[in-house]
Design a protein around this ligand. Structure first.
Ligand code: BYC
Ligand code: FE
Ligand code: FE
Length: 470
């Protein structure tokens, strides 16, 4: 364990070579995965050389190698971070006992459900982003898109490894199902709602990688606390890749915001005249993807969440470092809820409010990024500012889903929502306009007019480096 076998057909540091049955099962799944990748992965660029990073080690400083790779030749591998020093369960009813190397029988169902849900999001996002290569605003951005795509593919491998290794026939069946569901499909949709929404232009792509991949950061971080050590260590390594996805989203939006502010001023408030993106459209995209991403944390009041915590399967964000009481059998959390058509504070047993505890952390992180974008706006001299909508706005899951709320989180009527929804959320007209301005830019270093250049290139390369050889 620990040493990375890079020459294996499936690169790994889990000793696959010594487990012939597992190796055989995964080698059987590999061509099915490749078939899915060819059908549903990035359309049109599979035979191009892309400047990609590949995981080659699990050491913090030296895990990545950068080189030109054709995507189907990407080395999708299975990497677990080495175990930490403290190998005891960090929270819940079993706190202090040794971590599990095998699955406790009574938690098999819940673990399977968590792993399958996590796994399902990875190929879903690749499907959602499938056609974006052909409208990339620069080679730099195109490369980043494909980097995210191959790594989401690897995240699927990370979860499928757990399914094959620990769930026998059920795991094999789930692994096949993961390749047969399709984002947005009426009959076989992906499991979670945000992963069935269209992402057909780059404003949505950057909003998605900012807001939706950020759910991934928080979910993976809570799973990295798990008492089931193989899952914890897999999720821990996934987080190292996630950093780049979040960077792509946050800086991508920042670059659009900067450019939109410049164009707004140059055109006396109508950046559409020169193919730019109006700031209110960016705000609608933020509202849209933020509210869908809030849904991904599950219900505010959830017995599932209480069980996952009590059983030691899913902790809080940075459970070990940030909290003192790791059992939380007592205590409540105040959750505003609707009763008699008014919002009242409700006391919820703390464990049942675990989804909301994690959502709080997520919102704080989104707020931090928002402040940064507003500093960008400030620097351009424009007066406009961006905001995050209330956590109650336009929810499809949880206790707020049955009512309508405005951006400030106040209860409103259905009619009021209907009258305002095109002003508040990315709408058909926006999507139509956005797809119309997005034309592929392929000259190294050049950017589409609607986005500012990045501050620097990838892996110390210049911005005009040939990130994709077309
Ligand atoms: N859409 O008790 P509740 C990522 C269902 S993203 C549809 O409120 P729970 C990535 C729920 O399944 C990270 N259905 O929620 C990002 C349940 O259904 P059943 C993904 C939903 O279970 C970008 C019912 O509602 N990882 O990695 O406490 C690119 C009541 O459930 C939704 C994980 O999610 C929804 N949004 O929490 C690539 C981690 N929300 O049983 C990758 C694993 C809830 O009534 N998952 N439902 O049929 C979990 O920990 C939990 O399943 C959830 C839900 C937090 C998602
Ligand atoms: Fe992922
Ligand atoms: Fe991601």
């Amino acid at each position: 364990m620990g040493n990375v076998d890079l020459n294996a057909r499936i690169p790994n540091n889990v000793g696959l070579a010594d487990d012939k049955r597992l190796l055989k099962a995964l080698e059987h799944w590999l061509p099915l995965y490749m078939e899915w990748w060819n059908d549903m992965g990035p359309a049109g660029f599979q035979t191009k050389d892309i400047y990609l990073r590949t995981a080659i080690s699990v050491e913090a400083g030296g895990w990545a190698n950068f080189d030109y790779v054709q995507m189907p030749d990407y080395r999708w591998g299975i990497f677990l971070t080495p175990p930490g020093e403290d190998r005891t369960i960090g929270f819940g009813d079993h706190v202090g006992k040794p971590v599990w190397q095998e699955i406790p029988g009574e938690y098999r169902g819940n673990l399977r459900r968590i792993i399958v849900t996590q796994a399902d999001t990875e190929p879903a996002s690749v499907e959602q982003q499938r056609f974006l290569g052909s409208t990339a605003p620069s080679l730099y951005d195109m490369r980043n898109l494909f980097q995210v795509n191959v790594e989401e593919g690897r995240h699927l491998w990370a979860m499928v490894y757990l399914l094959f290794r620990f769930f026998g026939k059920d795991g094999r069946d789930e692994a096949e199902e993961l390749l047969s569901r399709r984002s947005g499909d009426e009959d076989k949709p992906r499991i979670l709602n945000a992963f069935n929404q269209p992402c057909d232009h780059w404003l949505s792509f950057f909003s998605f990688t900012h807001f939706t991949d950020r759910d991934g950061k928080f979910q993976l971080a809570s799973l990295a606390e798990s008492g089931f050590e193989p899952m914890a260590r897999t999720c821990d390594f996934m987080l190292t890749e996630e950093v780049h996805h979040l960077f792509v989203g946050e800086t991508g939006l920042d670059r659009i915001i900067r450019r939109s502010a410049e164009l707004t001023m140059e055109t006396d408030g109508d950046p559409k005249k020169v193919g730019g993106i109006p700031l209110d459209m960016i705000q609608r995209s933020i509202n849209y993807w933020f509210s869908y991403s809030l849904d991904l944390f599950g219900g505010e009041i959830s017995s599932n969440a209480a069980n996952f915590f009590g059983e030691g399967l899913k902790g809080r964000f940075k459970e070990k470092n940030r909290y003192e009481d790791h059992v939380m059998k007592e205590g409540v959390k105040i959750v505003p809820n609707v009763r008699d058509n008014r919002i009242h504070d409700e006391e919820v047993p703390y464990r049942n409010a675990m989804n909301e505890v994690l959502r709080d952390e997520y919102i704080a992180d989104c707020d931090r990024a928002l402040r940064k974008w507003n500093r960008t706006l400030e620097k351009t001299g424009i007066e406009n500012r961006l905001t995050l909508p209330s956590r109650r706005f336009k929810r499809h899951q949880g206790i707020y889903a049955d009512n309508d709320f405005n951006l400030e989180g106040e209860l409103i009527s259905k009619e009021e929502m209907e009258a305002n929804v095109t002003e508040w959320l990315l709408n058909d007209e926006d999507n139509h306009y956005l797809t119309s301005i997005m034309k592929q830019v392929v000259e190294p270093g050049k950017m589409a007019n609607w986005i500012a250049p990045p501050a620097r290139g990838i892996n110390s390369q210049p911005i005009d480096f040939e990130y994709v050889r077309l």
